[in-house]
Design a binder for this molecule. Structure first.
Ligand SMILES: [Zn+2]
Length: 311
């Protein structure tokens, strides 16, 4: 049987929020089977649990924000996508995440530090079948026309693969790879995706700061690009780091659905909001998906059984 996974022990991290600039502490803890990923705001007078699912997403303007039931007036956690991506990349089904502020720490701007933390806690197999959300019919969301066109699509696939294309019309970004594909059967999330950092343009920084966003951003946790070039002295970690970060984000955004997907995801200039729209469109069409388990591991898509132990 392909089993659910949680952590073996608890692990902690301290950092600052990318947007709030606020210091925050995370404690990642084991959780029983069928719990899913649950954030807990432990800084409030009464701790508030926020289970991650499609409808708990309440804001996607700069990052993915969740609250109980998606209620915009309730306690929130911002910028969950890189940590969610690491959980998806390691095939973790059940984790409690205690957090002492409203925003997940940005650490180095990628998911590599979260992968390291989760792996150092160890991964435990649980006595419950791992559940997958299998896409049965193509689902697409689309927005804008011409230069403003963007879209995202899920299609049936026996496995999980993603293809993403960007087009920033910017000299520093355009000379890097604009399209990337990643298939989970490769078992190489940590090597090929996890190290890709978030990025920002200096021209947007003033605007963001005037809206109280990006207060924790620096060259230690983001690729910073002016009108012509990358300003970080070490340059890029991958030749196509920009588009790879978009895949990293998409893996985190899509894991919000509560299960690993069995699907092919393709996107053009999509982002957090559109990825969530895609999940909501999928959920709304109940004959377009089902939940499956694999009693016989040999019938599971290649790479799924080895995900975490392979590292
Ligand atoms: Zn990101």
């Amino acid at each position: 049987m392909l089993q659910q996974r949680t952590l073996k022990s608890l692990t902690r991290a301290v950092g600052v929020g990318l947007h709030s600039g606020q210091r925050v502490e995370l404690t990642l803890r084991p959780a029983p089977p069928n719990t899913g990923i649950v954030f807990r705001r432990v800084d409030l007078p009464e701790p508030v649990d926020i289970p991650v699912n499609t409808t708990s997403v309440c804001d996607c303007r700069m990052a993915t924000t969740i609250s109980p039931g998606g209620d915009p007036g309730a306690a929130k956690v911002n910028t969950i996508e890189h940590l969610m991506s690491a959980c998806a990349g390691l095939g973790l089904d059940n984790v409690y995440i205690d957090i002492t502020a409203e925003e997940v720490p940005i650490l180095d701007g990628s998911s590599a530090a979260f992968v390291y933390l989760l792996q150092s806690a160890g991964i435990e197999l649980q006595k419950a079948p791992k559940k997958f959300l299998r896409v049965l019919k193509p689902i697409e969301v689309r927005d804008g026309e011409g230069r403003n066109l963007k879209w995202a699509r899920l299609e049936p696939y026996h496995g999980y693969k993603l293809a993403f294309e960007i087009d920033f019309d910017h000299p520093a970004v355009d000379q890097t790879g604009q399209r990337v594909e990643f298939d989970f059967s490769s078992g190489q999330y940590k090597r090929d995706i996890a190290r890709a950092r978030t990025f920002g343009f200096t021209k947007d920084v003033e605007l963001m700061r005037s809206r109280g966003l990006g207060l924790g951003a620096s060259m230690d946790n983001a690729i910073v690009v002016d009108d012509y070039r990358v300003l970080n002295s070490d340059g890029l970690r991958y030749d196509d780091e920009f588009v790879k970060h978009k895949i990293l984000d998409a893996i985190g955004d899509l894991y919000v659905v509560g299960y690993p997907l069995l699907a092919a995801y393709t996107a053009y200039k999509s982002g957090h909001a559109m990825n969530n729209q895609l999940l909501r469109a999928l959920m709304d069409q109940q004959d377009a998906w089902d939940i499956v388990t694999f009693e016989d591991e040999a019938k599971a898509p290649r790479g799924m059984a080895e995900l975490a132990p392979a590292w």
